[in-house]
Design a protein around this ligand. Sequence first.
Ligand code: NAD
Ligand code: DAU
Length: 350
Amino acid sequence: MKKSILITGGAGFIGSHVVKLFVLKYPDYKIVNLDTLTYAGNLENLKEVESSSNYFFEKVNIQDAQALNSIFQKHGITDVIHLAAESHVDRSITDPLAFVMTNVIGTVNLLNVAKEFWKAKLDKHLFYHVSTDEVYGSLHDGGFFLETTPYDPQSPYSASKASSDHFVRAYANTYGMKTVVSNCSNNYGPNHFPEKLIPLCINNIKNNKPLPVYGKGENVRDWLFVKDHARAIDTVFHQGIVGETYNIGGFNEWKNIDIVRLLCQKMDEKLGREPGTSEKLITFVKDRAGHDLRYAIDATKIKEELGWEPSLQFEEGIEITIDWYLNNQEWLDHVTSGTYQDYYKEHYES
Ligand code: NAD
Ligand code: DAU
């Protein structure tokens, strides 16, 4: 095998798309998916590759340095693509410490283990850290996030991701580790856990349940199809310049209320409902605490320097996404049973 790549968080939404892309595109790489399988991790996301000879799964928590060390030894890990994280802003508001434990402590553990395991030839191995545009804060007066925009995280989630980004860069500067960081905007697509806006609305429209829009629905997010993010990660992993940061985004800004209305309209068509039926489900609810107003990524650098750009228009991506949820009821049933119901009641109905 040419490389043995540890992909953390590979059972989650984005991680599973990255694992599938790498396993299928690079049969001469060994792909080790390391995931502790929190509520957000789901091995059903990986059915297409689970029996591939270059795919391995390890159920390990990145907070456990000893277990991480054994995995590096067992698989002779040559490179890391790090996605494992607590990822939901609302959960970070109720339980910030869980985000510190995984996103900060877990990342530092992983850096330590990689540094120690690779110490003979630190310059031959890459630690790729996958991060978010939320570290840049909130845009209020126009403009875009550039790679040089100063960090200004506003939620416990983004503060924990910003901290992990700083640690990765500190390990490059202090110990000479080869690192690269990318910061991406909001992803959408198949396998997205239905606590996040788009899959939550698709699921609720299907079930005729209220669509909870925070505040006035005026907040703006910049949406990118998840498979395009996975393609960007492939590009950065293979062509990115060591020590650099790449912003990834689709130049595709939407107000939340407009996204929800679009989903209602598309779902009415697909479910054969009268136009306007699903919009009646829209319910304005209490705003998220400290709700960031607008995110917008300037993805010029990755386009000009590495030749990556999104392959799908939003209209196409959202069609694919809605169809996926309509055709994968079993997946939805599995992820929305049990603790999801408790979370939903606690967050939206109490
Ligand atoms: P997700 O919540 O769907 O998946 C996270 C995965 O990490 C899950 O499989 C979970 O089991 C695993 N995990 C969590 N804690 C762990 C631990 N302690 N040890 C091992 N595994 C653990 O998240 P996602 O939306 O796929 O995001 C993946 C990464 O991309 C995150 O780092 C996130 O910050 C970043 N990101 C996400 C978006 C987005 O729109 N979803 C955008 C930009 C960046
Ligand atoms: O920008 C990248 C980030 O995008 C990632 O780093 C995060 O991991 C990912 O969760 C996402 O964060 P957001 O907070 O932007 O995504 P979410 O889907 O939770 O919310 C999108 C917008 O919709 C946000 O303005 C809040 C709003 N919202 C969300 C939910 C869940 C609602 O109005 N109602 C809801 O029920």
